[in-house]
Design a protein around this ligand. Sequence first.
Ligand code: MG
Length: 382
Amino acid sequence: MSPARDRLEAERDELARLAPWAQASAESRGRIHAEAEHAYRTAFARDRDRVVHSRAFRRLQYKTQVFVPHEGDHYRNRLTHTLEGSQIARTLARTLRLNENLAEAIVLAHDLGHTPFGHAGEKVLDAVMREEGGFDHNRQTLRIVDWLEDRYPEFRGLNLTWEAREGILKHGCRWTHPVAVPEIGEQPSLEAQVADLSDEIAYLNHDLDDGIRSGLLDPTLLSSCSLWAETEQSVAARLDRDVDASILQAQVIVGLINRLVTDLIEATGRALDEARPKSVEQVRATKGRLVRYSKETGNLKRQLKEFLYTHLYQHPQVAAVSEEAANKLAGLYRAYSKAPERLPSHVVARFGEEGEARAIADYIAGMTDRFALAEHEKLLES
Ligand code: MG
């Protein structure tokens, strides 16, 4: 026996190890452009690696998750958010005997299409692009992996598998797209469902953490949130001495993530036990989602999410910074439309392809926060 494992062996290993409802690499529907398989990496491991090596992935480092007015090196950005989400997805996928590589690839890609300045930037681009089909970050993520990344001589995009693209697309496609779009069934794969909820667990928890640290969220207000209050009580009961407030806070976050992930594993296990899908195709034909929380925890999670919307995402200070950033992006769009000669030549070269507006939107959406601010200063403040 060779000491190294080849791809066929890795695929066989998956088929033996994964549940019948998992998406096996060997059963992928393949890629838009036919390619020879890799010698020892499975199709989904290759998807994951392509995402990590993309330019859009590296730019996540300088894009805001929640645009808090206090700059600091310890706050999350879209890259660290993505990494936290992907680790949660790996734990869930492994424990539920799903395809870890696929779930990981989907989470690593899921935020690539975000504009600078989070949802505030997305809203601006959607408004200025209204006549041209609007703007949506999921659509933009698919555009990036299918069309805008430019690394291969034979094709455009990253040429990811159908299954990774299905997970990225999430809710179907209501817009024109340059290449054929995956037809989504009732549900995407369980790996895609895991990816979705891992993203949510990651942001709920790190936004609580960052929100408190920034002083925008008052930790005493959080006791009105049952999930937080219960977790805090159980953490305090376990710690037999008075600890620093920051350690207590960190431990509550640890406890919260653990509680949500554990509940998801247990409730999903029960749902799978009941539904017993024999294949991923049966998963895709199921009416409701099988990856889910128990009713009780689902309600508590919803309450926590509402709390964050009210007290953090709509906080006057966050809203003020977001509004200022949004105005700057709108200004940039207008400035480029009026004076396209200010655009780099690679953007102008794309005008004929899908129109001037879409080429400018692609360019602005790809910017990091700091690049957008610098461009605004260069074009409009001098
Ligand atoms: Mg996300």
